[in-house]
Design a protein around this ligand. Structure first.
Ligand SMILES: [Zn+2]
Ligand SMILES: [Zn+2]
Length: 393
């Protein structure tokens, strides 16, 4: 018997994980030391969180932007009638602690597409996507590839389910599976420069608590295999047809020119840097020490520096990424005219706002910022945020 196969017998009265010890490959240490990010605390997320909690997962980071409505109560094991109106992450985190106080939880309320630092993905062992829309799946897929982390996707509709493991560099990724029609649907929603985010939230999917628990159970199992370094099948889909009880596996072809297949290299951790404490000038200086005096900082998305009103002449500093603004932000509060946005995505050292912190230009905690001089690039992570952001209780 190898060490991994050793059966650890503990006292069933004092060890709630006692029976897991009889599973040949199970290592409670591995489960206890793992940090798992669950994105989405809806029907699937509830079941995944419940499963991870029962297994005694060490650290659980729950991300969602939504609040609880009555319609959630028919398929969300962690929510109670009295939770109506609460943030899903708070109710889910509380319920997880009640099920198993050993589990350390952090609830994060926000929009995964634009508000979570990319470095967060680097510092978790696995990501489980419990989502109902293509946009968020595509974001998770790109983030996971960028920092080389595996993720497990689940999807449900009526009695149908799909479970997929995606691991950078092995087989197809989520974006490889997208068809022209998928892109059309995504682009339709993003066609307005100031994204109407409400639209994305409308995708209410008809499903049952049974489908959610079946798919979430497979997702959790796949995540468990990833944590134990066991064999998984990246780039393949487990298709579950609950009407005919057919379960089968299909494999996706890898797209040669898939937009998701780019990794950030090299990522340099800055243990002292934080979103709230580091200024643009400070980060630029760090970049220039390494890359030379011509180095610039670059953001992946446009930063709205100000809104300028041509009609009444009023200028308002904004310093938020365009993707996070709602359409009505363009309306001048002074005269009601439509304002022009002053945009930037590059910090060259000439800006009048270099003393702003990174948080002051809408970079989230544990964000990763690109520094570039010609063809040479470095990705700086605000690693100083790790201790505060990834704090589990
Ligand atoms: Zn791909
Ligand atoms: Zn105006």
């Amino acid at each position: 018997m190898t060490e991994a196969e050793t059966i650890v017998i503990t006292d069933p009265d004092s060890d709630r994980y006692h029976t897991f010890g009889y599973i040949s490959w199970w290592q409670q240490e591995v489960v206890r030391n793992a940090t798992v990010l669950v994105i989405g605390a809806g029907a699937l997320g509830n079941e995944v969180i419940k499963n991870l909690t029962l297994m005694g997962i060490g650290n659980l980071l729950i991300a969602d932007f939504d609040t609880i409505e009555d319609s959630n109560l028919s398929r969300s094991v962690l929510f109670r009638a009295g939770d109506r109106g609460r943030r899903k992450v708070d109710a889910a985190a509380e319920a997880a602690k009640a099920i198993n106080p050993d589990v350390k939880v952090k609830a994060w309320h926000g929009d995964i597409n634009f508000e979570m630092g990319l470095g967060v993905f680097r510092h978790v062992d696995a990501i489980i996507g419990c989502l109902d829309n293509r946009e968020a799946r595509l974001s998770i897929n790109r983030f996971s590839w960028a920092v080389d982390r595996p993720w497990v996707d689940g999807a449900i509709q009526e009695l149908m389910g799909i479970v997929r493991v995606f691991r950078p560099g092995e087989g197809a990724c989520y974006e490889c599976t997208l068809t022209d029609l998928d892109y059309q649907i995504i682009n339709l929603r993003y066609s307005c420069p100031l994204l109407a985010r409400q639209d994305i939230l409308m995708g209410k999917v008809p499903t049952t608590p049974t489908s959610a628990s079946i798919v979430a159970a497979f997702q959790t199992q796949e995540a468990l295999k990833l944590l134990h370094d066991m064999e998984v099948q990246p780039g393949k889909a487990l298709m579950i047809n609950g009407l005919t009880n057919d379960i089968y596996i299909t494999e996706y072809p890898v797209k040669e020119f898939c937009m998701s297949h780019s990794r950030l290299e090299p990522i340099v951790e800055l243990p002292e840097a934080t979103a709230e404490g580091t200024t643009l000038a400070g980060l630029l200086a760090t970049a220039r020490e390494r890359l030379g005096p011509e180095a610039v900082l670059e953001f992946d998305s446009e930063l709205v520096v100000s809104m300028d009103c041509g009609a009444c002449g009023q200028n308002e500093p904004i310093f938020q990424r365009m993707a996070r603004l709602y359409e009505d932000a363009a309306v001048c509060p002074n005269c009601g005219a439509k304002r022009e946005m002053r945009l930037t995505h590059r910090i060259s050292g000439e800006e009048e706002f270099l003393d702003r912190t990174l948080a002051g230009v809408d970079v989230p905690p544990l964000g990763i910022i690109r520094a570039r001089n010609g063809g040479e690039r470095v990705y700086y992570e605000l690693t100083g945020d790790k201790a505060t952001f990834l704090q589990f209780a």
